[in-house]
Ligand binder design. Structure first.
Ligand SMILES: CCCCCCCCCC/C=C\C/C=C/C(=O)SCCNC(=O)CCNC(=O)[C@H](O)C(C)(C)COP(=O)(O)OP(=O)(O)OC[C@H]1O[C@@H](n2cnc3c(N)ncnc32)[C@H](O)[C@@H]1OP(=O)(O)O
Ligand SMILES: Cc1cc2nc3c(=O)[nH]c(=O)nc-3n(C[C@H](O)[C@H](O)[C@H](O)COP(=O)(O)OP(=O)(O)OC[C@H]3O[C@@H](n4cnc5c(N)ncnc54)[C@H](O)[C@@H]3O)c2cc1C
Length: 658
């Protein structure tokens, strides 16, 4: 058997480009790489951030371990004056492989105060939150309602005599349920509740509530709070429940940047009722980035392992091939790698678009709200869905060892799966994007330039300009195919809706009946958007010819697999012919061959530290079998040669003499 590490060494020697150059591109420049390395150096060497035996821990131990790591992380951040949220995200992405019990504090609590608080409220709360003197969460979802926010039942009733709000959980279904970090960690929460003034309901607003004593962490009077119990993945997180019984807070605890309640109870409504949903939009944009990072990790593990794993001698006596040389294995993994790169590029687009449109909104251009919502909803759903399914493909591609916790892929899959549900269930978000696409289809004036393609009506009888398999290496033709599909499905969804209305259905029923068409067009739009962005961004890169070639080939793989996997949608209006579909399949194989020497280089370029992958299969040195064996030997069941259950149960039924 060949030595696993020599297999990876050989792969690395075959790579045609400079891996460090590609790492800089992925990180966004040399300076960002250096910053990342500096941040990594602060935590990687500390024993407390060791994850070696993590997969052996129980849920409670995992939570406790995560709290310990969180506290140390906070100390490290303070010690080194690290305040930039981007730095914190870098640490989460590349080192701290967990959903920490302060995840919601940093991703939702602080941003909500920043974006929805007045200047005075920011001045009061942000220093406390930034300094971790208080830890907060975002409590919106209830037992009875998650998607339909307007249906939340928690009430916040204004008492002008005492200038206080009184928060109540009037029914069982009004109990807050799911908020991360609520169960055991948070001292405070932004709670979304229906605002009542003089018996009139003004809809959902956000309020800061103290949940626990800052002296002993016990629940505050009127607050019932706890963990909701085990779930799929996210074992380090204490997703919780919360019920409130006449909890009083000062008037100043309603976040009043957009809507105000004056001491006498006068209400001033926000310029747009959806401003209160702003933090969700930010987190949806973040999910795009998380989806990219995690699929990159999964591809790193599975591709390195597939270069080390050998199976089935082709000819008697010959060395068994590396499993990566089976085209079926390539057909599993190369599309995941291509998707990881496509998502890394769209994540960068999503964050910069978020910041640009958010700045527009802050300066009063509220038209940007629906554009940001339209873009981020679909991309969150699309990237979460493909990332989760891609991680599972990577896990299965590792055969039996993919089932071992030590692969790192089991927990990754379980921890990522909820991203299809939280921050807006995926179908619900696709429907939101579809609404926006249809609006743009009907109203050119509101169509943002990034979506102007919607205004071009697809020509009946249009045909794809691909004449040979070589044509499939031309980004313009690939993008054209996705553009056509998106235009056609948007038009078809609009026509379907109109046909329902013309049959006499009221708008909501017609929208419901059009839902499947809506989701179809939103997915088609997202595939187009991501493909176009990949080729546009890659074309702009200043890098070596070899890197550009590899990236473009990955883009072709992403696009061609998208066409092959959704072939019906391209064939049904004869835009693509059967012969062109054959070209597509042929070119996919060609691209795999082109990329084969660079597969390890392309995953090495993500530059994940072994600790962050925490995988016996995917470590840099490829020493898979020693790692698996040593890890198994440390398993709690192996602490003694004879387990206590032998004495308790097994011994009596076993024969002492044969
Ligand atoms: C790598 C870095 C590491 C970072 C670490 C971060 C890790 C953190 C891990 C945290 C993990 C989990 C956290 C999870 C948190 C949560 O889940 S919080 C709860 C999230 N909940 C949801 O998302 C609920 C989904 N539901 C909704 O958003 C809305 O209810 C819905 C959009 C479905 C409908 O809202 P309604 O108010 O009922 O809408 P309606 O009145 O029908 O109006 C529709 C109308 O409004 C427009 N609209 C809706 N939302 C927005 C918005 N946000 N902005 C702008 N416009 C909006 C919509 O387009 C419609 O417009 P139209 O013109 O009528 O078509
Ligand atoms: C791990 C995890 C962490 C979370 N963290 C938080 C948190 O920190 N804070 C917080 O407030 N919440 C949190 N949540 C809650 C989360 O945001 C909601 O679960 C999510 O928004 C989905 O809402 P729901 O549970 O009501 O699903 P439902 O809306 O009940 O969805 C069930 C099904 O109904 C369908 N459906 C619902 N409405 C429609 C519609 N209008 N049209 C078509 N189909 C529809 C959905 O597509 C889905 O198939 C978390 C959830 C999870 C799983």
């Amino acid at each position: 058997m060949a030595s696993p590490s020599s297999d990876l060494d050989r792969e690395r020697r075959k790579c045609t480009f400079n891996v460090a150059e590609l790492t800089d591109i992925i990180n966004g420049g040399r300076e960002k790489t250096e910053r990342r390395q500096y941040l990594e150096s602060l935590v990687l060497n500390e024993p407390i951030f060791n994850y070696d035996d993590y997969y052996f821990l129980s849920r409670e131990e995992k939570y406790s371990d995560a709290v310990k790591k969180t506290v140390r992380l906070v100390q490290v951040l303070k010690q080194h004056n690290i305040e930039d949220p981007e730095d914190y995200q870098t640490l989460l992405k590349y080192v701290l492989n967990l959903n920490l019990p302060i995840a919601l504090h940093n991703s939702m609590f602080r941003p909500t105060i920043r974006d929805q608080g007045t200047d005075e409220q920011r001045k009061k709360w942000l220093p406390l939150a930034n300094d971790y003197k208080i830890i907060g969460t975002y409590a919106q979802t209830e037992l009875g309602h998650g998607t339909f926010i307007r249906g939340l039942e928690t009430t916040s009733t204004y008492d002008p005599k005492r200038e206080e709000f009184v928060l109540n959980t009037p029914t069982l279904t009004a109990t807050k349920w799911w908020p991360g970090c609520l169960g055991k960690t948070s001292t405070h929460a932004v709670v979304m509740a229906q605002l009542y003034i003089k018996n009139q309901c003004y809809g959902i607003h956000s309020f800061i509530i103290q949940l626990r004593s800052l002296k002993d962490h016990s629940p505050m009077p009127g607050v019932t709070v706890g963990d909701i119990g085990n779930k799929v993945g996210l074992e380090t997180n204490d997703n919780g429940f919360l019920a409130m019984d006449n909890v009083r807070i000062p008037r100043e605890n309603m976040l009043m940047r957009h809507a105000q309640v004056y001491p006498d109870g006068t209400y001033r409504k926000p310029a747009n009722s959806k401003l209160v949903y702003g933090t969700m939009v930010l987190l949806r944009a973040t999910v795009v980035s998380e989806s990219a990072t995690n699929l990159s990790k999964a591809a790193t593990i599975a591709i390195r392992y597939s270069c080390v794993r050998r199976q089935t001698e082709a000819k008697p006596g010959e060395l068994e091939p590396q499993i990566i040389d089976y085209v079926t294995q390539q057909h599993k993994l190369v599309p995941q790698l291509a998707t990881a790169y496509a998502f890394a590029w769209i994540a960068r687009y999503m964050m910069s678009t978020y910041h640009a449109l958010h700045a527009d909104i802050e300066s009063g251009h509220l038209g940007a709200l629906q554009e940001l919502h339209g873009i981020s909803s679909g991309l969150k759903a699309f990237t979460a869905e493909m990332s989760v399914s891609g991680i599972e493909v990577c896990r299965r591609a590792c055969g039996g060892h993919g089932f071992s916790a030590a692969s790192g892929l089991v927990s990754m899959y379980k921890d990522r799966l909820p991203s299809c549900t939280y921050e807006g269930e995926n179908t619900v978000l696709y429907l939101q994007t579809a609404r926006f696409l249809l609006k743009c289809f009907r109203q050119p004036s509101i169509t943002p330039s990034s979506m102007s393609y919607i205004q071009v009506k697809p020509l009946p009888g249009a045909r794809w300009g691909v004449k040979s398999p070589e044509d499939l290496m031309k980004p313009i033709l690939l993008v054209e195919a996705f553009e056509h599909r998106a235009q056609r499905t948007i038009k078809s969804a609009a026509q379907f809706l109109e046909s329902q209305i013309s049959q006499g259905l009221d708008t909501s029923e017609a929208m419901n009946r059009s839902g499947i068409e809506f989701v179809r067009c939103a997915k088609a739009h997202c595939y187009y958007f991501v493909t176009r962005n990949f080729f546009q961004s890659t074309a702009l890169l200043k890098c070596s010819k070899e890197i550009k070639e590899s990236l473009l080939t990955l883009g072709v793989v992403f696009a061609l697999n998208g066409i092959a996997d959704n072939s019906g949608e391209f064939l049904e209006d004869c835009f693509i012919t059967g012969t062109q579909m054959e070209f597509v399949r042929e070119r996919i194989l060609y691209c795999y061959k082109q990329l084969r020497p660079n597969l390890v280089g392309l995953v090495d370029a993500f530059a994940f530290a072994d600790q962050s992958l925490n995988s016996a299969l995917g470590a840099y040195d490829g020493d898979v079998y020693n790692r698996l064996y040593n890890w198994a030997k440390r398993a709690p069941l192996n602490k003694t040669d004879v387990h206590s259950s032998y004495h308790k149960y097994l011994k009596p039924i076993l024969k002492s003499k044969i």
